[in-house]
Each structure stands twice: as C-alpha cells, then as structure tokens.
Design a protein around this ligand. Structure first.
Ligand SMILES: Nc1ncnc2c1ncn2[C@@H]1O[C@H](COP(=O)(O)OP(=O)(O)OP(=O)(O)O)[C@@H](O)[C@H]1O
Ligand SMILES: [Mg+2]
Length: 234
C-alpha cells in the first residue's frame, strides 16, 4: 500500500463499520457455523458412473492389488496415504463377466480406505475419439493428462477398430505409464493372444511385464440378471 492510502487504524475501523452497516451486517454477532464441506469421498464417488457407484471388487487379485497400492503410498499433508506407483491389472473376460465392475470397485475401495487419489477413467474408444486432432483442442495435452494420471482405468482395450494411429496412441499411453510405473486398471474382452494381435507385440510385451492378469470366466451377468427378473415376474 502506498503512503497516500495509509489511514489511521481508528479511521479505518470506522470506515469498515460503515460498510458493514450499509450491508446490514452486525460485526458483533458471531458468524454462523460454515456448512460442512462435502466429504472428499462423496465428491470422488460422484464421478463414478451410476451403474458402478456401489461396485465392490471381489476378485482376490484385485483386492490384494488394492491393499498393496493403498499400503505403499507415502503419507501426504493430512497424513493420508497417496497412491503408490507399482503394479497394474489386466482384467480379461468375455462380455458381461464384471470387468468394469471390478475396476470401479477397486477405485471405490481405495477411496473408502482414504487414499488421496487423482484418477481418470475412459474406454479406449472414447479416448481415441477425444484425441482425434481437431481445431481448438490440445489433443497432445489430453493424451499426456491420461498418460500421467496417477491412476487410470482404461476400459475395453482392443474393442475399437485398430489402425496405425490407434496403435501409436495406445503405445505412447502404455509406454509412458510403463516407464513411470503408474498403476493402470485395463479391461479387455480379448484373450491374451488376440490382444497381442490387436495391439501389436511391443504393447503386449509391456502389458505382460507391468500387469497382473485377472481372468473373469463366469457367465454374462447382464443376461443372468435379466433372466432372474423374468423368473421373478412370472
Ligand atoms: N461382482 C458383481 N456383483 C454384482 N453385480 C455385478 C458384479 N460384477 C458385475 N456385476 C453387474 O453385472 C453387469 C455387467 O458387469 P460389467 O459391466 O462390469 O461387465 P463387463 O465384463 O465390463 O462387460 P463388457 O465386456 O460388456 O464391458 C453390470 O450390471 C454389473 O453391475
Ligand atoms: Mg465393461
């Protein structure tokens, strides 16, 4: 503040009192209790798609991964653990076996455990669509956002039609996360051999080292749920 703006304290206090009075505020009345801040868990869970908002991971490899990742993170400012670097999961299975459910269930378990978590979820097809070069979009930055995010769900890898361009994008994404050892929850409907054919050997080689495989071999749960509904209605 320059000299010319300096005011004696008494004069300043009278000026503040006048402003408050003009706004109908009595400074002698204590402020009411501020509204409870929205808990971080509620805010984080709101980002989970409605269908998976109650998902609970049940596969032992997934629950073990959650434990390791939660336990390995260094404590942050509030003493809460951050997310550790380390292993990723490759969740494989045919249609409707619960792959996406397990992936979101793992994220929910981390949130419930109080892990400070910056995470992102996308299907491979949505990611390619977002990254198509178009005016007004910094697609390179969007790719790096996904590549550097501390935890990424990459759903339905290998489901979109592949091209040299999708292969390059996938390679850059996976390679960056492989190099930095950033946990990634990858789901795919393809078996390991088909995944290699679809994605190319260099991506498949990185996935082999960085991920632990989770095979879900149950029935299509959507059809099972539908037939259960029909039986109950009959
Ligand atoms: N462990 C589970 N307990 C209860 N419901 C589940 C479980 N796993 C999956 N479901 C439900 O089954 C349905 C199919 O699950 P999900 O969408 O995860 O399958 P998916 O393997 O990802 O299928 P797709 O290959 O088509 O993407 C969903 O309605 C989901 O909520
Ligand atoms: Mg799915």
């Amino acid at each position: 503040m320059s000299e010319s703006h300096a005011q004696p304290v008494g004069k300043l206090a009278r000026r503040v009192a006048r402003i408050l009075a003009a706004r109908g505020i009595d400074p002698t009345i204590p402020p009411t209790e501020a509204a409870e801040p929205r808990p971080a868990l509620v805010a984080a869970e709101a980002r989970i798609p409605a269908r998976y908002r109650g998902a609970v991971a049940g596969h032992p490899t997934v629950t073990a991964w959650v434990r390791d990742i939660a336990a390995g993170g260094r404590p942050g400012p509030g003493g809460m653990p951050g997310i550790a670097k380390g292993r990723s999961l490759l969740i494989l299975g045919t249609t409707g076996t619960g792959k996406t459910h397990e992936a979101y269930g793992a994220v929910r378990s981390l949130l419930i455990a109080g892990v400070r978590l910056r995470w992102k979820a996308t299907t491979a097809a949505d990611l390619y669509a977002e990254l198509r070069p178009r005016p007004g979009h910094d697609t390179e930055r969007e790719l790096m956002d996904a590549a550097r995010c501390p935890l990424l769900i990459l759903d339905d890898l290998g489901a979109a039609r592949s091209s040299e361009w999708t292969e390059e994008i996938t390679m850059r994404l996976i390679n960056r996360r492989y190099n930095e050892m950033l946990p990634t929850l990858i789901t795919s409907n393809l078996g390991p051999a088909d995944l290699r054919d679809q994605l190319g050997d260099r991506i498949a080689s990185r996935l082999a080292e960085m991920t632990e495989r989770v095979i879900l071999d149950g029935p299509d749960r959507r059809r099972a749920l539908a037939s259960e509904r029909r039986h109950t209605a009959a």
